[in-house]
Design a protein around this ligand. Structure first.
Ligand code: FES
Length: 149
């Protein structure tokens, strides 16, 4: 059996280790949103994903948007009212929520905190986002829409 001073020391060690673990968890939990915020601008400069087929050209009417999954990014492909196609990384540059095309307002909108982006350039128009959405190459080949390179 251990001497009383050894038991006290052992309890202190266990409590000390538990306190450090709890404090580390709290710091990590508090730092996550900050890290996510700081990481978000990287999304706008994401390299173009490998070429991915989105859908048939005829399946994307003016004013509509499709989401495509490419590598580690979600891509928003939209056809504007003039028939032109554009594609962006769909992750809002504020904190990463997925943006949606609002054809009636001619913008890309993030429902999380209300950021809006220009649907031609990806530049932020309003809300907390200050960085543009990353532009992705898009083309129609043999009647199919492709994004990436
Ligand atoms: S995550 Fe889009 S506005 Fe905050």
């Amino acid at each position: 059996m251990a001497a009383p001073s050894d038991t006290t020391s052992s309890r202190r060690d266990v409590l000390g280790a538990a306190s450090v673990a709890v404090a580390s968890g709290a710091v990590a939990l508090a730092a996550w949103p900050v890290g996510r915020y700081l990481a978000a601008p990287g999304l706008r400069t994401a390299h173009a994903p490998s070429r991915v087929e989105v859908c048939a050209d005829a399946q994307l009417a003016p004013g509509q948007m499709r989401l495509a999954r490419a590598a580690d990014a979600t891509i928003a492909v939209l056809r504007r009212h003039d028939g032109s196609l554009v594609a962006f990384v769909a992750s809002c540059t504020h904190l990463g929520c997925t943006v949606r095309f609002r054809a009636d307002r001619d913008d890309l909108h993030c429902g999380c905190h209300g950021a809006t982006f220009d649907p031609v350039t990806g530049a932020p128009r309003s809300g907390p986002a200050v960085s543009p959405l990353g532009s992705i190459p898009v083309e129609v080949r043999d009647g199919r829409i492709f994004v990436g390179t």
